[in-house]
Design a binder for this molecule. Structure first.
Ligand code: FNR
Length: 385
């Protein structure tokens, strides 16, 4: 199967799986422990039904959304993904450029394999920055100051990594930083020569924003320890709110009270997220937590959602249940894995065309007009009889 015959994000995942050595594919494809939460994220979306209405003029479909004062072409952006160049060489820049060309937001991870400055440039004004709060306040401040200087005006602080996620696939694959060329890794590389050669040309990926700090790190867990503190609290968030003049989002919210507290503290938005099921296996899928969170926020700030978006219709489901915008992580990453820049483009095209088609089928011409009334079973309007 070639890219042009890939009909869905699942097809792109299957293509990526064939092209990428197992240890690198699992790095992106895997989730925490039993992976129950990761699977539930995707399944829970499928369980939400929307009821089409017909005989509505849907000749002109509008997928645009204005968020934080900027008009975007589609109601989703790229979620922050660390170390993505290990999955496919050059993936960070490829996705940042694709997002700029398609006019959707691109979120540069603190743990990206490309510096935040280069990603800001590639994203051409569509860049958002994701911050991990480090144990050493000067490391955090260094990143915030760099993000400010690079021109980012949206910063997203990730709250859901108080402890590193336990990802069984990575343990089994003996994933190490920097990569160790064990006989097993070499054998997997030999079976995927295109990946191996491209990787050789690009050099070993690292966590570029902290390159100096991490020179002596020998494990992924050690890298996480430097990057992310288990002591990040509301007090720190308050300080960061005062420090950051741009829009401030908190990513990783699952509890309605945490969402309400973010609004009270003056945040500009939240991302309802469980990190794509990479942190805990026991948690709820995000789409199931969304209605109560949207209710708690009560329209005081935009609510974004990620974890499990694989279809254009998932964007409608999220909107119907109270999200203003979404982020896609693996959906776009699988595209790059399946075919570099052309694959990223194909993933974007699949999601956008699915979204447009679903809006038409639903009988709602504009994404902005999707609300809870499309949820199935549709409530009977006795008063309108
Ligand atoms: C992530 N995610 C993530 N989040 C974050 O805030 N900073 C990061 O560095 C990373 N790194 C990362 C690496 C990989 C390989 C994955 C798959 C995910 C989480 C990411 O932003 C997002 O929440 C999920 O990817 C959403 O779930 P889906 O769309 O992948 O199902």
């Amino acid at each position: 199967m070639g890219l042009d015959r890939a009909a869905s994000i699942d097809d792109l995942r299957a293509l990526a799986r064939r092209r990428i050595p197992r240890f690198a594919f699992d790095l992106v494809d895997g989730g925490a422990e039993s992976e129950r939460n990761m699977r539930r994220n995707v399944e829970a979306f499928k369980d939400i039904q929307l009821t089409p209405r017909y005989m509505v003029d849907v000749g002109q479909i509008d997928t645009g959304v204005t968020l934080f004062g900027k008009a975007y072409a589609a109601p989703f952006g790229m979620a922050p993904i660390g170390m993505l160049n290990a999955f496919w060489p050059g993936a960070d820049l490829t996705l940042a450029r694709m997002c700029a060309a398609e006019n959707i937001p691109y979120t540069a991870s603190s743990a990206a394999s490309t510096t935040l400055e280069r990603l800001a440039e590639a994203a051409g004004g569509n860049g958002w920055f994701q911050l991990y709060v480090a144990g050493d306040a000067s490391v955090t401040e260094g990143l915030v100051a760099r993000a400010e200087a690079a021109g980012y005006d949206v910063m997203m602080i990730t709250a859901d990594v108080p402890a590193a996620g336990k990802r069984d696939r990575d343990i089994r694959n003996r994933l190490a930083v920097p990569f160790r060329f064990t006989p097993e890794v070499l054998a997997q590389c030999a079976l995927h020569p295109r990946w191996a050669l491209t990787s050789l040309r690009h050099g070993t990926p690292n966590v570029a924003n902290y390159a100096d700090l991490l020179k002596s790190a020998t494990s992924y867990a050690e890298v996480q320890k430097t990057l992310i503190t288990p002591r990040f609290t509301w007090e720190d968030l308050k300080r960061l709110r005062e420090r950051w003049k741009g829009r401030l989002l908190v990513k990783g919210i699952l509890h309605p009270q945490d969402a309400a507290d973010c609004a009270d503290l003056g945040c500009d938005g939240i991302v309802v997220s469980n990190h794509g099921g990479r942190q805990v296996a026991f948690g709820p899928p995000t789409i199931e937590t969304l209605p109560a969170i949207a209710h708690a926020v009560g329209g005081r700030m935009p609510v974004l959602l990620d974890s499990g978006i694989r279809r254009g219709a998932d964007l409608l489901r999220a909107k119907a249940l109270g999200a203003d915008f979404a982020l896609a992580g693996r959906a776009l990453a699988f595209g790059v894995g399946a075919g570099g820049a052309a694959g990223a483009q194909r993933a974007m095209e699949i999601l956008k065309l699915e979204l447009e088609r679903a809006l038409g089928q639903l009988g709602v011409a504009s994404f902005g007009a999707v609300d809870g009334s499309v949820l199935s079973p549709a409530p009977l309007r006795h008063d309108a009889r």
